[in-house]
Design a protein. Structure first.
Length: 138
């Protein structure tokens, strides 16, 4: 069995951001040489997320608007966690969107359903954070 690891680094200019990383993940699979196996992609910071969805026009903004309604950034005083930081909402947004995804690799390709793409979601940006790609298989 083969194993391959790669780290992705992100620093968004805004507090929140969404980056389609599908092509980057596929390139890691290509480098790994794995033809049949599994690919794990996970955010390595508690206020970031990795998730799968469609890259259809408007959907990412809809997610962002929805998350901001569920866990608004302001007023920061409404959160007990914000006693030196102002990112309690980022923790909650990450909990909703999830930490990681696992995708099957078939014949060297991400084995997706229709329209599926992998995204990195940032909920407390403007600093360097990473995501992990771990690939195992034959």
């Amino acid at each position: 069995m083969k194993s391959y690891k790669e780290e992705l680094w992100f620093k968004t200019d805004q507090r929140r951001g969404y980056i389609n990383i599908t092509d980057t993940v596929q390139k890691a699979i290509d480098k790994s040489g794995v033809r049949e196996g599994l690919c794990l992609v996970n955010a390595m910071h508690i206020t970031a997320s990795v998730f799968i969805n469609d890259d259809e026009r408007g959907l990412i903004q809809d997610f962002d608007d929805w998350l901001e309604k569920l866990a608004p950034h302001e007023p920061v005083s409404s959160y007990r966690h914000n006693t030196g930081e102002d990112n309690a909402d980022g923790h909650m947004k990450r909990q909703i969107m999830g930490r990681e995804v696992v995708v099957a690799i078939t014949d060297g390709q991400l084995d997706f359903g229709p329209w599926e793409q992998i995204f990195y979601g940032e909920f407390d940006g403007r600093r360097k954070k990473r995501a992990l790609i771990k690939i195992i298989g034959e």
